[in-house]
Design a protein around this ligand. Structure first.
Ligand code: DP6
Length: 338
């Protein structure tokens, strides 16, 4: 009997300020455009992996729930397991235990933290000693946005033109006053997954060419805004980039949107807050939730203000978070498989 066991690895979620929307290569998950994100401290996934010669299949448990052998979560996980098995020349099945501190599939990028944590844990179990760049490449194969969750602060994922060159890199440690306030409007699974949404948009949207034509400008403006530590610039550019991304979905065939009536109401709150003098902006991903961008100080006040309209559990404040973290042994000691 041979067994390889990882430490518990934590990866934090990230929210894109310039969105990844569209793949140039579906199998390798090479994107059509670079993207820029902020890694956040409030949502994360802790993962433990064990490879064992006695296991008869790969298994995945998320928050105590065994996942379907043919389900989407295990399918993505197997891509990463197969890659590390190939590098390590090991063919044992794996038991993955994951704890998700993210409302799953609510457009809150649970796949980003989930697949980044798995890349870290699987390679840790087999003692591969991968660099952060290697881990970013590996995480990307599970889910594109996961490539960015290897690093903390502001991160840019270089689209590259091959498996080797498509990796994320840290851009700025975000050691200044910026935060996000999540308005959780619906934490159910989304109807159109991000993968399906982006592939339909690339194939059919009459607006997609305009997305690609203007993306370099948005990226350059965002890099400058981050360098200048300007909340107003970061917020304005992120907001217009998100609206543009969501616009491409309306031009697809069949058209679709991730917005709900509640999303529009939340955007209206943001516009109202701006009129009242707050320096606050929003972004949205492949789900109805709205994320506000501002200084942490102002977002604290705004959270107070918005508690008139939302349940406290719907409002979650976040600050910049770190990259992949190896947790000390006592964390989750009670549930660590042996
Ligand atoms: C809207 O990374 O979930 O959140 O690569 O198909 O797994 P796959 O997609 P995923 O897409 C995220 C899309 C987005 C924008 C972003 O995070 O950049």
């Amino acid at each position: 009997m041979t067994t390889y066991t990882s430490s518990w690895i934590r990866a934090y979620t990230n929210i894109a300020l310039i969105k990844y929307w569209g793949k140039a290569d579906e199998a390798l998950k090479l994107p059509k455009n670079n993207s820029i994100s902020l890694t956040l401290d409030s949502f994360y996934t802790d993962t433990h992996v064990q490879f064992d010669s006695r296991f008869t299949a790969d298994t995945l448990t998320i928050d105590g729930q065994g996942q379907d052998q043919n389900g989407a979560a295990l399918k993505k996980a197997k891509i990463i397991l197969d890659l590390v098995r190939e590098i390590a020349q090991v063919d044992y099945n794996a038991k993955i235990t994951s704890l998700n501190y993210v409302p799953t599939a609510a457009g809150l990028a649970s796949s980003a933290s989930g697949l980044a944590a798995l890349a870290g844990a699987a390679s840790n179990a087999l003692e591969l000693n991968l660099s952060d760049t290697d881990l970013s490449r590996l995480a990307r194969r599970g889910s594109g946005s996961a490539s960015r969750s290897i690093f903390g602060g502001f991160v840019e994922w270089e689209k590259g033109d091959s498996d080797v060159t498509s990796v994320a890199k840290p851009l700025d440690d975000a050691n200044w006053d910026i935060g996000m306030l999540f308005i959780i409007l619906d934490s159910r699974q989304k109807a159109v997954s991000s993968s399906e949404g982006m592939s339909r948009t690339v194939a059919t949207s009459v607006f997609y060419p305009a997305w690609l034509e203007t993306i370099e400008l948005d990226l350059a403006d965002m890099r400058q805004a981050i360098k200048d530590q300007s909340i107003q610039q970061v917020g304005e550019i992120a907001e217009r980039n998100a609206l543009k991304m969501h616009g491409t979905n309306l031009g697809a065939n069949p058209p679709f949107t991730y917005w709900s009536a509640e999303s529009l109401r939340a955007m209206e709150h943001v516009r109202q807050l701006r009129q009242e003098g707050y320096n606050v902006y929003f972004t949205m991903d492949a789900g109805p939730n709205v994320k506000l961008i501002g200084t942490y100080q102002e977002l604290k006040e705004i959270k107070e203000h918005l508690s008139k309209y939302y349940d406290p559990a719907q409002l979650i404040l976040a600050q910049p978070g770190p990259g992949l973290t190896v947790l000390p042994e006592h964390v989750h000691a009670d549930i660590t498989p042996n």
